[in-house]
Design a protein around this ligand. Structure first.
Ligand SMILES: Cc1ncc(COP(=O)(O)O)c(C=O)c1O
Length: 429
């Protein structure tokens, strides 16, 4: 029998991400050099990548770390005892520590690697100890990933799913929330920052209210983790879900933070190899979290690349990133504010919209706007319902065009976007 790797040791190592690192003023041109796709022309033009709420670009540091795995230690982690496998195990656990530091989690065993935010939320939806009639509250502007799991849980476990209506100005309605929250609310599961319009709910306040009533809180952090300082301990949030591909990292890697005692209380979700301490022909004895939830061989290169991505963001500094995005959003929002037939959907004030500019034109379909921008200027945005069909359906709006910004975007690109959108309006007027 190979000796078991002692996970306990790696859980108590020193922090890997140094929160005191000061990224200093952002050197955008220097940053851009790290992103291979920004160094080349696509179809004869430079890329203006404004689709960051969907997925971010990847810096060379992340690509190199992933290749390093495949070139130099392409083995499985956590199982075999040879050198290559040990290296994978150690690097995996280092990545877990990086995610822990990135989220301000007290312990790395509170970090579960998943495929993405969607899987993290599904894990909770399948694994909480539901009783018939338990209530789950969401907002009325959830991504399908934080809506469909509750519809399925309703049909499967007999829970009740209810939505807290937003105020007319699209901000979170604390009073409505207070009216709706009651003893039988087991979970409040809310989008932290909206992919619809970049609005961030007052998480700290709503978590306090929920806890007062005995409810747990899950934050969908897909859009907050890449852009805003997230400190799960200070927020006192119970669960937090995120995707690495929106944080400069590889696809197919996500994370779920959970307070350790709560993770221990969850039923196993996907089970099999690596999740068990022992089995007999008739019984399974599961390992403690996080291993209990990480079934089968993992996406090692992705998880190793994830650490580089999060280190990269931390080096630059989230407050700096947020300020930069806001500056660009201001250029876009003010540059287009007087355009006839252009409507910003959702939150109107750019100060509350992070790096998201969601808009419609009276005369041009959102998909056509996106295609024209792509074909004529290589400006890449997203169009449609952004997986928030329920919100568009409730507001009788046929979708939107969405520009979403990140740390490598420039003022020049923002002005170019304004000019091109004005050009479309003129062309079709
Ligand atoms: C707010 C929000 N929640 C959840 C998701 C789902 O993320 P993923 O597809 O990485 O699971 C997204 C993706 O765009 C999102 O914006």
């Amino acid at each position: 029998m190979p000796p078991k790797f002692e996970y306990k040791n790696v859980f108590i190592r020193q922090p890997i991400l140094d929160p005191t690192i000061d990224g200093g003023p952002m050197d955008i041109e220097g940053i851009r050099k790290d992103f291979p796709i920004l160094q080349k022309d696509v179809a004869g033009m430079p890329v203006v990548y404004f689709d960051n709420a969907c997925m971010t670009l990847k810096p060379v540091q992340v690509i190199d770390a992933m290749n390093d795995y495949y070139y130099n230690f392409p083995a499985c982690g956590g199982r075999s005892v040879h050198k290559l496998s040990n290296k994978v195990t150690v690097r995996m656990e280092e990545s877990r520590q990086v995610v822990r530091d990135f989220l301000g989690a007290p312990e790395s065993r509170e970090i579960v690697f998943t495929k993405n935010t969607t899987e993290s939320i599904n894990l909770i939806a399948y694994s909480l100890d539901w009783k018939k009639g338990d209530r789950v509250l969401t907002t009325d502007r959830e991504h399908n990933s934080n809506l469909a799991p509750w519809h399925v849980a309703r049909d499967r476990f007999g829970i009740k799913h209810e939505t807290v209506p937003s105020k007319d100005d699209h901000t979170f309605d604390i009073e409505a929330f207070k009216r709706m929250i009651g003893k039988d609310v087991k979970l409040v599961s809310m989008v932290h920052t909206s992919n619809l319009d970049g609005y961030t709910v007052p998480a700290k306040e709503l978590i306090e209210i929920a806890h007062d009533k005995g409810a747990k809180v899950l934050l969908d952090g897909a859009q907050s983790a890449p852009h805003k300082v997230v400190d799960v301990k200070a927020l006192d949030v119970d669960f937090f879900a995120m995707s690495i591909h929106k944080c400069l990292g590889p696809t197919g890697v996500g994370a779920l933070y959970g307070k350790y005692d709560l993770l221990r209380g969850l039923k196993p979700f996907v089970v099999g190899g690596d999740t068990v301490e022992s089995t007999t022909l008739c019984t399974t004895h599961f390992l403690n979290p996080p291993m209990r939830f990480e079934a089968g061989l993992q996406n090692y290169s992705g998880i190793i690349g994830a650490a580089e991505a999060l280190k990269y963001i931390t080096r630059i500094g989230k407050p700096e990133i947020e300020a930069h995005e806001s500056k660009l959003n201001r250029i876009i929002s003010e540059g287009l504010k007087d355009e006839k037939g252009l409507t910003v959907i959702g939150l109107q004030d750019w100060r509350q919209r992070s790096g998201v500019f969601p808009f419609r034109l009276d005369i041009v379909d959102p998909h056509d706007i996106a295609m024209i921008l792509d074909e004529t200027a290589n400006i890449m945005i997203r169009s449609g319902m952004h997986c928030v069909h329920s919100w568009f359906d409730a507001h009788k709006i046929q979708g939107s065009a969405r520009a979403s910004l990140y740390l490598y975007n420039t003022e020049k690109e923002a002005k170019f976007f304004v000019e091109k959108v004005k050009g479309i309006i003129q062309q079709f007027s």
